[in-house]
Design a protein around this ligand. Structure first.
Ligand code: DOR
Length: 446
C-alpha cells in the first residue's frame, strides 16, 4: 500500500499528552506509524521532508460554527469555496449552520448540502439542523428525520430560541436523539435596534447597544432548563464575563454543558468600532477588556471547551458600503449585516496570540481539535497509531500580515487586515486525502 510520510515533525496533540519530534506514516487513510525514526526505510508515494524548526503536525482542526451560505446566498460563499477556505485554514471538519435560504429545517436541505460536499471532496461537512421550522422560534423541526439524514447537532443560530416552552421541548428532543443543542443566546427583546455592545463606546458614538445581560439572561434560563432535562447544551459564541461565570458554575455541578468562543471575541473589543468600521459589526458584539480577560481565562481553565470561527461571509454591499474609501461611516455601520470571515485566519491569529503569552498554546490546540470533536462526539481522531489520518502540517514560525485580498473565501469581510499573524498551513489531510497542499499552490503561482 502506498504510504504518505512526514519526516521530523513536531507532533502535538494535547489530548494524548503528545509533544515530540517524530516521523508520521499514513497508509490506507490511517496513521500507521508514529514515533522517532518511525519512517526509517519506509518508501512513500509522497514524502514530506519537513524537518525544519517550527514544523508542527496537529490533528486536523474542527470548526463547530461556520456559515457556508449554500443553499441560497452563493454570492457570499458556497460549499466549495467555504470548504476550500477551511482546508487552507487547516480544518478537516466543518459544521455548517442552518441559516441558509431555505433554512436547513428538513432532510432535503441536509441531503443537498451533504451531496454538494461529497462532490467537492474537501474537508468533511457536518450540517446542523435548525431547531424550529424556518428558525421562527415556535414549531420544532422533525429533528429525528434530520438526525437520520446526518445532522450533527441542532441550532437556530442567528436567532435565539427565546420561548421557554419551545426550548424545553427542544432540549428533550436533543436528549432523546443524543445530539447537542447549540444556542445563540440573545434576548431579542433586549437587543432590538442594537448595532454594538452597550457601554461607554456606544454612548460616545450615539449608537444603540446590546447589553451583556441580553446574553446572560438566556444562558441562565437555559442552564436551569438543561439541568432539568439533563440534555447536552452547547453555548455558541460566548461573549460576556457573566456567561463564562454561569457556564463555569454549571460545569462545577456536573451538567453536560459546553461552550465555544470565537477568535474575534478573544482578540478585539468594542473600541474597534470607534472608527465606525462595518467589518467590526458582529453578533454577539465585540465587548470590553474585562470580557476578553474572562474569555481568555475561561479558555485557559477549560470552562470554554473550544474555539469556533463563526465564519460569516458577507459582500461589501451587505456590509453597507460601496468602496473601501467610504467603508468606515456611520451609515455603513448602521446598515451592515453582522459577521466576519474566520476559517483562514483562525489558526494564525491564535498562534500569534499564544506567542504573546496570553494563552497556553496547548489549550489553543486542544480547543481547535479534541475540544470541538468532543462536543459533537467525533471519534477516532488524534495523533496515535490507528487513528484516522485527519492532520494539518504547518510552519508555526512563519510570520506575515493579514492580506484580505489573498483569502480563498468568496467574501473578505475581516477587520484584521494588516495584523501580524503567525503560522502557515503546509498540508491539510482528511482521512489520508490531501485537501490542501501549499507547495501545489506555490507551483501554480510560479
Ligand atoms: O455575526 C453573526 N453573523 N452572528 C450570527 O449569529 C449570524 C452570522 C451570520 O449568519 O451572518
Amino acid at each position: 500500500m502506498d504510504a504518505v510520510v512526514f519526516r521530523k515533525v513536531r507532533a502535538i496533540d494535547p489530548a494524548c499528552g503528545l509533544d515530540a519530534l517524530v516521523d508520521v506514516v499514513v497508509e490506507g487513510g490511517r496513521i500507521t506509524r508514529l514515533g522517532p525514526e518511525a519512517a526509517k526505510g519506509v518508501e512513500g508515494e509522497r514524502v514530506w521532508e519537513v524537518g525544519r524548526e517550527g514544523a508542527w503536525l496537529l490533528p486536523g482542526l474542527v470548526d463547530l460554527h461556520a456559515h457556508l451560505r449554500e443553499p441560497g446566498q452563493e454570492y457570499k460563499e458556497d460549499i466549495a469555496s467555504g470548504l476550500a477556505a477551511a482546508a487552507a485554514g487547516g480544518f478537516t471538519d466543518v459544521c455548517a449552520m442552518p441559516n441558509t435560504s431555505p433554512v436547513n429545517d428538513s432532510p432535503a436541505v441536509t441531503e443537498l448540502m451533504l451531496e454538494r460536499a461529497r462532490t467537492v471532496g474537501g474537508p468533511r461537512l457536518h450540517p446542523l439542523s435548525a431547531i424550529t421550522v424556518g428558525q421562527r422560534g415556535d414549531a420544532l423541526c422533525d429533528l429525528r428525520a434530520q438526525r437520520d439524514a446526518g445532522v450533527i447537532a441542532m441550532s437556530d443560530d442567528g436567532r435565539c430560541v427565546t420561548r421557554s416552552d419551545v426550548m424545553m421541548s427542544a432540549l428533550v428532543a436533543a436528549r432523546d436523539l443524543d445530539i447537542p443543542l447549540v444556542q445563540h443566546a440573545e434576548d431579542h427583546a433586549l437587543t432590538a435596534g442594537a448595532v454594538m455592545h452597550e457601554g461607554a463606546v456606544s454612548a460616545r458614538l450615539g449608537l444603540r447597544g446590546w447589553p451583556r445581560v441580553a446574553e446572560d439572561v438566556i444562558v441562565a434560563r437555559d442552564l436551569i432548563l438543561a439541568s432539568y432535562t439533563r440534555s447536552r447544551y452547547h453555548l455558541a459564541h460566548v461573549s460576556t464575563r457573566g456567561a463564562v461565570e454561569l457556564v463555569r458554575e454549571a460545569k462545577s455541578r456536573g451538567l453536560p454543558v459546553t461552550c465555544e468562543v470565537t477568535p474575534h471575541h478573544l482578540l478585539l473589543t468594542d473600541a474597534a468600532l470607534l472608527g465606525y468600521d462595518p467589518l467590526c459589526r458582529v453578533n454577539p458584539p465585540l465587548r470590553e477588556d474585562d470580557d476578553v480577560a474572562a474569555l481568555r481565562a475561561g479558555l485557559a481553565d477549560g470552562t470554554i471547551d473550544c474555539i469556533a470561527t463563526d465564519h460569516a461571509p458577507h459582500s461589501a454591499s451587505d456590509k453597507g458600503y460601496r468602496s473601501e474609501a467610504t467603508r468606515a461611516s456611520k451609515e455603513a455601520l448602521l446598515a451592515a449585516a453582522p459577521g466576519m470571515v474566520g476559517l483562514e485566519l483562525c489558526l494564525p491569529l491564535l498562534l500569534e496570540l499564544a506567542a504573546t503569552g496570553a494563552l497556553p498554546i496547548a489549550r489553543v490546540i486542544a480547543a481547535l481539535t479534541s475540544g470541538p470533536a468532543g462536543v459533537v462526539g467525533m471519534e477516532g481522531r488524534g495523533l496515535y497509531e490507528g487513528a484516522r489520518a485527519d492532520l494539518v502540517v504547518l510552519d508555526a514560525d512563519a510570520r506575515r500580515t493579514v492580506d484580505r485580498g489573498a483569502l480563498r473565501s468568496k467574501s473578505n469581510n475581516t477587520p484584521f487586515e494588516g495584523r501580524e499573524i503567525r503560522g502557515r498551513v503546509i498540508v491539510t489531510m482528511v482521512g489520508g486525502r490531501v485537501v490542501f497542499d501549499e507547495s501545489a499552490r506555490a507551483e501554480k503561482n510560479r
